[in-house]
Design a protein around this ligand. Sequence first.
Ligand SMILES: [Zn+2]
Length: 270
Amino acid sequence: MQRILLVLTIVLLGAAGSAPTPAPGPLRIVGGDATGGCIAGAERLPSSGEGFQTIHLNHSSFWGAPPVIERVKLLGAQAHKAGLADFYVEDISNPRGGPMPGGHAAHQVGLDADIGLDPRPKAALSAMERETIEVASVVRGDQRGVDPARWTPAAMALLRLAAGLPEVDRILVNPAIKKQLCQEVTGDRSWLRLIRPWYGHRAHMHISFKCPAGQSECVPMLPPPPGDGCDATLQWWFDQLDHPAKPETPAHPPKPRVLPAACKAIMAGG
Ligand SMILES: [Zn+2]
């Protein structure tokens, strides 16, 4: 009982810690992952739906641009139809975007979604389990390959479905997952271009969607380079495990990130 009360308190405090309501629409996206930003007219992903469940409600936020919310639901429906297990969803954006707790650089404009990769079947979670569950990594402890106990065709199928969603800009995964796809995917490999190696991301994929049409204040990222990315640039990540590159010493201390000026009204407005 005490633990239930504790979780309930955390949930309520977590909800109170950020702007609890979205800025009214129409949809307006200002900035991007590289600049920081905000969103008006965001919509909230339901806490569960066909093929998915949200987790860590106390420190995650599930607001996004309406087309992004639709695409997460679409991925759930497609995964369900393909016979895949439910996936967990963690972090989309705050109701008005802006910086997320925990120093997430992305997830500021409602165009990013974190989707768990553990392909095993899942029971519906209790309220407490939703807060405390740890999403299983599909990568081995030494980070040189996927964990054969967790990496199954279902994990690859979920990644392929995600890459096929409309308007995907890129999907970040651990380099070991990218390497596995490079080895395993046959036939059409064009979707591998969207799957990019990045630090962490052993348990979830980070899907970034493109700026929606007509959002002139939304700052797009540089497109991924051409090709499937299964080349020397991928090997670099594994070389880092043996010989980490020296961090470059910045000439000046990094400037604190300032949100675009137009975000002031969106973040503060009623
Ligand atoms: Zn993410």
